[in-house]
Design a protein around this ligand. Structure first.
Ligand code: T3D
Length: 263
């Protein structure tokens, strides 16, 4: 598939996927959804990829659904937005969350609607100082989607989640960091370089082990303590069988730097 609305490359173990409809603030139309889906499939299938970096071109990260694709003219057929969620947004956030490698999101500008929640399905979120997050759904009579109603209370607490979702006010990147919504704010000019440096560094780490860490932490929201202890046992068993574990211990004992292969 030739990509028209995204930029996609793989280099040094890092897959870089950049949303590329800057004039529409990288809002999603059907074609962009299909291209992102195809790129994520390639990331999953390419054995050399050990990190995904998701970002956007231009002054916005993503403004959610392209509203110009929705016919709300008087007399137009009532849309079934559930179909769009089922076909595109839910599979997208599931794919990001389930990808067996670290997913970094570099939020380069305004992130609104689904565009504010897609980063929350990633593992490490960096944001440009000028970026902001807007749960814009309530402004057009909709409900936060793409996992927003699940992520927000867990990340920032119910009081703040309700305020964000029901007021739809702009949350600055700095406040998002203070509230624990994202990992780190970075100066605008440095965002791409810092995100790439982090991605390249992670691409040298034990990818399989990092994927297991991601599985354990993602599961922890839903597990009781005893269930989580059992999961840790099972995942540690898998980790202990990996080549990278052997290499990590051998390198430590030999006082040398490890050379992880990601498996
Ligand atoms: O329908 C389904 O499938 C259900 C799923 C829904 C998921 C959702 O994401 S629903 C929520 C959709 N998104 C929004 O409601 C956000 C709409 N956008 C905004 O509120 C503002 O654009 C921003 C706060 C994000 C940024 O404001 P600002 O002032 O920096 O920029 P702007 O001037 O509003 O936008 C710049 C251009 O992008 C402008 O086009 P123009 O006038 O230069 O030709 C604007 O129309 C366009 N744009 C921005 N967001 C969207 C959009 N075009 C289409 N769809 C958008 N979502």
């Amino acid at each position: 598939m030739a990509f028209e609305h995204i930029l996609f490359s793989i280099e040094d173990g890092v897959a870089l996927l950049s949303l590329n409809r800057p004039d529409q603030l990288n809002s999603f139309n059907t074609q962009m959804h299909k291209e992102v889906r195809e790129a994520l499939k390639q990331v999953r299938q390419a054995p050399q990829v050990r990190v995904l970096l998701l970002t956007g071109e231009g002054r916005g990260f993503c403004a959610g659904q392209d509203l110009s694709d929705r016919n709300v003219a008087p007399g137009a057929q009532v849309p079934d937005l559930g179909e769009s969620i089922e076909a595109f947004y839910n599979p997208l956030v599931r794919a990001l969350r389930d990808l067996p490698m670290p997913v970094i999101c570099a939020v380069n500008g305004v992130a609104a609607g689904a565009g504010a929640n897609i980063p929350l399905a990633c593992d490490l979120v960096l944001a440009a100082r000028s970026a902001s997050f807007i749960q814009a759904f309530c402004k057009i009579g909709l409900v936060p989607d793409s996992g927003g109603t699940w992520q927000l209370p867990r990340l920032v607490g119910m009081a703040r989640a309700k305020a964000l979702a029901m007021l739809g006010e702009r949350l600055s990147a700095e406040k998002a960091e203070q509230w624990g919504l994202i990992h780190r704010v970075v100066d605008d000019a440095a965002l791409r370089d810092e995100a790439l440096a982090l991605a390249r560094q992670l691409a040298t780490q034990p990818t399989y082990g990092l994927a297991l860490i991601k599985r354990a932490l993602n599961a922890s929201y839903d597990n009781h303590f005893d269930q989580q202890l059992e999961l840790e046992r099972d995942l540690q068993r898998l980790a202990g069988r990996s080549e990278d574990y052997r290499e990590g211990v051998a390198a430590f004992m030999a006082k040398r730097a490890p050379a992880f292969k990601g498996c």
